[in-house]
Design a binder for this molecule. Structure first.
Ligand SMILES: C[S@@+](CC[C@H](N)C(=O)[O-])C[C@H]1O[C@@H](n2cnc3c(N)ncnc32)[C@H](O)[C@@H]1O
Length: 264
């Protein structure tokens, strides 16, 4: 390559890089990411609040653990199980080093735990693609206690870039931050009308489904048959049943005797 062509190429790289890092999408995404991280309340607090509502020893299942210190070890339940095939971390100290599909197949067949096993809370935070999360929700409900909760991380992506399908592609305005398309599976299940649901507006959206505890039964009113992100973005409360952490604490307080919560 001649000198002129090389200089032209370097200038193109520079302009593209500048556009990526300083363009309107990047600035908007940086603001949205900052606002999300500043929200009070975490997935751990919400799960512990749900677990505190049971007046019996509760069993907790986490699908997708990665670094246990981030959440799993801080969960307060009499019995806890973790499932993770270990695709993101070298060390994978979980009870079941399996994909969620393999785990539930083994559970159904009595190959792990026992086929009648029921969980008070199942936290789904594994592979964040709608099709997989959809299966995880169905499998979790099949093994959920009648008054149990399915909890889903990452239901409220702050930008369309967080909600991309490709986890590996990191050259985005939000770099590698990823919620995937979990929200689509959550919206699908909450639209059926036979489950109570809400999504707590913190920590990228904590979706909760229950068969018997009234967390809200409003289905989305705005049609979104193709699960378009722009429809979600314009109608988050409607699509997700979005509520604040303090509204959530009040909601649970209405159903259970004063749960011990740091949220308020
Ligand atoms: C976002 S991390 C989990 C974070 C953790 N739950 C927390 O709260 O800190 C996602 C994890 O899901 C795991 N994972 C990927 N594919 C999976 C699958 N098919 N089934 C279960 N877990 C999966 C990855 O190995 C990774 O450790």
């Amino acid at each position: 390559m001649g000198l002129k062509a090389w200089v032209r190429q370097q200038l193109t790289y520079y302009r593209s890089g500048r556009q990526l890092l300083r363009g309107p999408h990047a600035l908007q995404a940086a603001g949205a990411s900052y606002r999300e991280r500043a929200k009070l309340g975490s997935r751990t607090e919400i799960i512990n609040l749900l677990l505190s509502t049971f007046d019996r020893p509760a069993t907790y299942l986490e699908i997708g653990v990665r670094r246990p210190a981030d959440n799993f070890t801080r969960i307060e339940a009499a019995t806890k199980y973790g499932v993770d095939p270990g695709v993101e971390a070298v060390s994978n100290p979980v009870d079941f080093p399996l994909t969620s599909d393999a785990f539930f197949t083994a559970l159904r067949g009595g190959g792990v735990l026992h086929a009648e096993q029921r969980f008070e809370v199942v936290f789904i935070d594994g592979l964040h693609l709608a099709e997989q999360v959809d299966r995880d929700i169905g499998n979790a409900l099949a093994h959920l206690a009648a008054d149990g909760f399915v909890v889903l991380h990452d239901c409220n992506p702050p930008t369309v870039f967080h909600s991309r399908e490709n986890y590996d592609y990191r050259l985005t305005p939000v770099e590698g931050a990823w919620t995937g398309t979990t929200w689509k599976a959550y919206v699908k299940w909450r639209s059926r009308g036979d489950l109570y649901s809400c999504c707590v507006d913190t920590d990228y959206g904590i979706g909760i489904l229950s068969r018997s505890v009234d967390l809200g039964r409003d289905r989305p009113r705005v049609p979104n048959p193709f699960y378009e992100y722009r429809v979600l973005e314009a109608n988050r409360r409607d699509q997700l049943g979005l509520i604040s952490p303090s509204e959530f604490a009040t909601l649970l307080g209405n159903h259970f005797p004063a749960p011990n919560s740091e949220m308020g």
